[in-house]
Design a protein around this ligand. Structure first.
Ligand SMILES: [Zn+2]
Length: 95
């Protein structure tokens, strides 16, 4: 259901969720009981959590503007031969 914005002659603004099928042009103003007519207002495109939206935006930004790497990342080294912990392998000749 969309959120409609209404205003009365007294300048009170109110919002109300109404089904699209209802063609309500005016409601009773909750502040003064006067007639509040429907206004044309900006659509509320998203009501998502701002933190979640920031994460989504930063994720999309990395697809188009990847971060520049200035050094080799630290971490486990890439060995050509795997390390074994089996004591019997200690007797084998080293490469
Ligand atoms: Zn009013």
């Amino acid at each position: 259901m969309p959120l409609y914005e209404f205003s009365c002659d007294g300048g009170h603004l109110t919002e109300k969720l109404l089904p699209i099928s209802s063609e309500t042009r005016s409601i009773a103003c909750p502040a003064c009981d006067g007639e509040a007519t429907r206004r044309i207002s900006a659509p509320a495109v998203s009501t998502a959590d701002p933190t979640r939206m920031k994460l989504m935006d930063s994720t999309q930004a990395t697809a188009h503007q990847p971060q520049v790497v200035s050094s080799v990342p630290s971490g486990p080294s890439q060995r050509s031969t795997p390390v074994t912990r089996n004591p019997q392998h200690q007797k084998l000749p080293r490469p």
